[in-house]
Design a protein around this ligand. Structure first.
Ligand code: ADP
Ligand code: ZN
Length: 702
């Protein structure tokens, strides 16, 4: 079968994504490959399709058991024989999987590096290995943040199996790590594909922290907006995670917690509830997300400033893996910078971590296209602004900031550079906080000079002043602000400055939630209503099968259904992501729901079952398998195929009746037509459906 056909039949996709075909064809030519693509770029197909196209079985080395199990489940849902082998599973099950693979009944075996290395010679001897894929290949690099010592032993693969193509895959964007991978695995002249790390479907937004109440309302409004979809709230600590969870609950939004302080069982339960779509929001520390394949996460909130761009990018990258629009929102305040600085000071690698934090801060404070900042961090050139970040959508006007800067600087000077940003803002805004009065700050000339601006607004401008180099922050001295020579020039009126105008935060209000789940108050369009219906249909199927909703169909497939409105099985087959198996297993429920939506009447067109049988048979399945999938008898499947043959479809009879059976049927009918069925059954053990099929073939040929 050619690769395009595999793509269509098993996965229901009509074309390859950028890079996939180049990678696949090189692997099929036997060449080693290095695949660098962002999360959601479509790496899995790059090794799965060669695995299906080549004889034998592909080994996929993967470091995370949860991820292995997920991928195996997704493959099986598409009718591809695959299994996982790892230490968390009974050895007998592992052996059974390897046995099936050795008999050629598995196309892919996912295996942990520990298990592979422990049993390497035996596995090489037993399995007809077609390809070795090494997922999360950056784990081999000591430079990377996920270094796994066991990965270094994987270089034995190339030594032992020099002629088997090896494919190393990673979503890491860090150059040092990339260069390390090919060398450490001993790849021979690999074909390298370096995909763009841009994730244009994720909208980017950073909001000056509007205070706890507003922040919660904004998060709640996201949860409302996506009440049938999932989102993550990243919090800084275990305690903050629990607090967020409680606060959301008070607003009527159910969530689960996920942090390192929970027992493994509780964590696994949280993860499962979230992945399966039983609970739509997870409040998590950064520990959450590794090993999550869920493709339909629609929003990610960072309640605090992350420590570096790599983590931030990885975390927002968990949203929108299916390529559909998703939102990333970060709340930013200077207190977080201070906190992060302290982490850096105690990290043992002050210099590099300090630089990383600087970059993160620059991103958070930027008034230019944020995506360009991110991509430039990953050494990708960009020519255009993205149009999908807050700064692009809502460009900030420039204002003359000279007078504001002079007020702030003079306050800094009058407290002898002995205070941090918040106190300076309080002085400018005439706070009568006890320590301000005690220190006599209410008597200095600039006390109250900035009353006309809100503290959020001052905060924003002060940060811009730091960025422009008007003051320095003494990170080693309680974060006191100190004027720079440039700042002094501004004070003396020798230098003017411009600020990006502060965009006020929209004020969010939220009615008390009703007892039922939160629902949006806005009226839905027909498309949105149908989408909701399809999501509910999907959830029912997923619950029935005990799998995650996105494994039934990704959101992209549902969106395609909303667009194409298939009302019969042939039309359903054209839906993006509807391979033959999913079409037959799940198509009917969706078709029926769409018919009900369109005409008020559920149900299916006549002949659906016949079409399904033909579809599966033409996809190469034998009648027993078809019967098993559809829950009908083999005789019925034969009956369906016979009808198709009579109607002129080109049916491959040899897969149904052997030449010998055909000869016997013809001979017996020629001699004794009245008793032919009995004779054929008794003497040759032929069931009636085979006899009928042979007769049909003979008739059609005569
Ligand atoms: P990665 O492993 O790079 O994070 P995946 O392999 O999980 O990404 O792919 C992300 C999503 O994109 C999956 O839902 C996958 O089915 C889908 N996908 C991959 N290739 C294609 C394609 N050629 N056409 C449509 N969808 C695709
Ligand atoms: Zn932009």
């Amino acid at each position: 079968m050619d690769c395009k056909e595999i793509l269509r039949r098993y996965y229901g996709y009509s074309s390859f994504r950028p890079g996939q075909w180049e990678i696949i064809s090189n692997a099929l030519d036997g060449r080693d490959t290095l695949v660098l693509m962002p999360t959601g770029g479509g790496k899995s197909l790059c090794f799965q399709i060669p695995a299906l196209a080549k004889p034998g079985c592909a080994l996929v080395v993967s470091p995370l058991i949860a991820l292995m199990n997920d991928q195996v489940a997704a493959l099986r849902a598409n009718g591809i024989p695959a299994a996982a082998v790892h230490s968390n599973q009974d050895e007998r099950v592992n052996d059974e999987c390897l046995y099936l693979a050795s008999k050629g009944e598995m196309k892919l075996i996912y295996i942990s590096p520990e298990r592979l290395m422990a049993d390497f010679d035996n596995i090489c001897a037993r399995l007809p290995i077609s390809l070795v894929a090494i997922d999360e290949a950056h784990c081999i690099s000591q430079w990377g943040h996920d270094f796994r010592p066991v990965y270094t032993s994987l270089k034995a693969i190339k030594e032992k199996l020099p002629d088997v193509p090896v494919m190393a895959l990673t979503a890491t964007a860090d150059r040092l790590t990339r260069d390390d991978i090919a060398r450490a695995l001993g790849l021979r002249d690999p074909f390298a594909w370096i995909g763009s790390f841009d994730r244009p479907n994720i909208s980017l937004r950073v909001m000056s922290d509007p205070g706890k109440k507003q922040r919660l309302r904004i998060i709640a409004s996201l949860a409302d907006k996506y009440h049938l979809d999932s989102g993550i709230v990243y919090c800084l600590s275990r305690k903050k995670t629990e607090e967020m969870h409680a606060a959301l609950l008070e607003m009527g939004i159910k969530s689960v917690c996920y942090h390192a302080g929970m027992s493994p069982a509780d964590r696994a339960a949280s993860q499962k509830a979230f992945v399966n779509g039983d609970v739509r929001v997870v409040c998590a520390t950064i520990a959450f997300g590794m090993g999550i394949d869920k493709s339909n996460i629609r929003w990610v909130v960072h309640n605090n400033l992350p420590g570096n761009i790599e983590s931030y990018y990885q975390e927002i990258g968990r949203a929108g893996r299916d390529g559909m629009p998703a939102e990333a929102l970060m709340f930013y305040n200077f207190a977080d910078v201070i906190l992060r600085r302290n982490f850096v000071e105690n990290s043992g690698q002050q210099e590099i971590n300090g630089e990383k934090l600087d970059f993160m801060q620059r991103y958070a404070e930027a008034s230019v296209c944020r995506r360009r900042i991110l991509l430039s961090y990953f050494s990708e050139e960009t020519v255009h602004d993205c149009g999908n970040c807050d700064n692009c959508r809502n460009p900030r006007k420039k204002i003359d900031g000279t007078i504001l800067a002079q007020k702030a600087l003079s306050a800094v000077i009058r407290v002898n550079a002995g205070e941090a940003m918040n106190t300076i803002i309080d002085i400018l805004r005439a706070s009568n906080r006890a320590d301000i009065i005690r220190k006599g700050y209410h008597q200095i000339k600039t006390y109250g000079a900035g009353r006309d601006l809100g503290s959020l607004e001052w905060h924003n401008y002060m940060l811009q002043m730091v960025q422009l180099g008007l003051f320095e922050v003494a990170y080693d001295d309680n974060f006191h602000l100190r004027p720079t020579p440039l700042g002094m020039k501004v004070v003396r009126g020798e230098q003017r400055v411009e600020f990006a105008a502060f965009n006020p935060v929209e004020v969010f209000t939220r009615r008390k939630p009703s007892k039922k789940a939160a629902t949006p108050e806005r009226k839905l369009s027909p498309e949105e209503r149908l989408m909701e219906i399809l999501k509910k249909t999907r959830k029912e199927i997923a619950d029935g099968e005990g799998i995650a909703d996105y494994m039934v169909f990704a959101d992209t497939s549902l969106a395609d259904m909303v667009k194409k409105r298939p009302t019969d099985i042939d039309a359903f087959r054209e839906i993006n992501g509807a391979g033959v198996l999913k079409t037959v297993k799940y198509g009917k429920q969706f078709i029926s729901a769409i018919r009900k939506f369109e005409t008020g009447k559920a149900g299916l067109p006549a002949g659906t079952s016949q079409k399904e049988s033909l579809m599966l048979f033409e996809a190469g399945m034998d009648p027993e398998t078809v019967a098993g999938i559809k829950g009908i008898s083999v005789g019925t499947v034969y009956g369906h195929l016979e009808q198709w043959a009579i109607q002129g479809k080109d049916i491959d009879f040899r897969r149904l009746v052997s030449i010998e059976e055909l000869d016997n049927v013809c001979a017996v009918f020629a001699k004794d037509p009245d008793h032919a069925y009995d004779i054929l059954k008794e003497r040759y053990g032929l069931p009636p459906h085979v006899i009928r099929m042979a007769r049909t073939e003979a008739n059609l040929n005569s």
